[in-house]
Design a protein around this ligand. Structure first.
Ligand code: ASP
Length: 291
């Protein structure tokens, strides 16, 4: 049986190196993927996930995260969660211990408190300074960088089980309560043991229009290899959006299939991802650009 893991952006690499050792030693895909997300969430240098993540327009960090187990298609997700350093843990608790799939805002925060998770201020000096600069730029009607990057992980373990996990602070200067693709099953993530798993990053408002991750898994179900499925899912949504609108926002995805093959693609040149598999040391690679 093979194992493999792919994760969005170079900031995933350190966590993925550790998770690859865990997978090799028999850890579950779910455990290993959650471990990668947790590491990125706690890293204050990553300005788009967890601690130090990008605040919303009001200067408050609101986090989205999700976990999906490919064995039984069980899902847990949180959206617009404040004051919690580990949204992915709350998402997983929703999956395992409630009758629900997605909790938002104060309800998610209440569950985090019930889990004994410490209330944490997620603003750092750096993220506060960036927010102040962006607010000033907006007031002066200057454009600001969109500033987004989700950690999204797709993994296969030695048992043949698949998982997908996401965690993000969303896009810069979002309105309070804005929810992106990352906690929405089928858009920001999907995992099915019968086929494969996928996770996305990019402008959620675009990704949601094509249920991008479900589409990538559906293409693998139809017989495509992960690499071809990733490229086709991105290309077809990009083209559909471009046909009726002037410009298309950034979109990217990573995916794996149940045979341990890996895929990644983006509609822009800057997307890089981390990957590991037997015989392939963990490394960051550029994804092919398709449009
Ligand atoms: N997809 C995320 C969102 O729209 C952001 C990102 O991945 O860059 O919230």
């Amino acid at each position: 049986m093979a194992w493999c893991m792919v994760a969005t952006w170079p900031f995933s690499l350190a966590g993925l190196e550790q998770a690859a050792r865990q997978l090799q030693a028999g850890s579950s895909a779910l455990e290993a993927a959650i471990a990668v997300a947790r590491r990125v969430e706690r890293d204050p240098e990553v300005d788009s996930v967890g601690l130090g993540g990008i605040p919303n327009l009001d200067g408050i960090v609101e986090l989205d995260a999700a976990v999906m187990d490919g064995r039984d298609l069980s899902i847990g997700a949180v959206a617009a969660l404040q004051n919690c350093i580990s949204p992915v843990l709350v998402a997983d608790r929703i999956r395992t211990s409630t009758a629900h799939q997605l909790l938002v805002g104060s309800g998610a925060e209440k569950l985090a408190a019930a889990m004994g998770l410490e209330r944490t201020c997620l603003l750092t000096d750096k993220s506060l300074k960036t927010w102040q600069e962006q607010k000033a730029a907006l007031a002066a009607r200057q454009s600001i960088p969109v500033g987004h990057d989700t950690v999204g992980i797709a993994a296969l373990d030695l048992n043949g089980d698949l998982a997908a996990v996401t965690s993000t602070s969303g896009i810069a200067m979002k309105l309070a309560g804005r929810v992106g693709d990352s906690p929405l099953a089928g858009s920001g993530f999907y995992a099915d043991n019968d086929v494969g798993a996928a996770a996305a990053t990019g402008l959620g408002e675009e990704i949601m229009k094509g249920c991008l991750c479900y589409e990538a898994v559906a293409l693998m179900r139809s017989g495509l290899e992960p690499q071809t499925a990733a490229e086709q899912a991105i290309r077809q949504l990009h083209r559909r959006l471009a046909r009726t609108r002037g410009s298309v926002g950034e979109m990217a995805l990573v995916c794996v299939d149940r045979q341990g093959r890996i895929g990644a693609a983006a509609n822009h040149a800057s997307f890089q991802y981390a990957a590991a598999a037997p015989g392939q040391d963990p490394a960051v690679r550029p994804a092919p650009q398709v449009s």
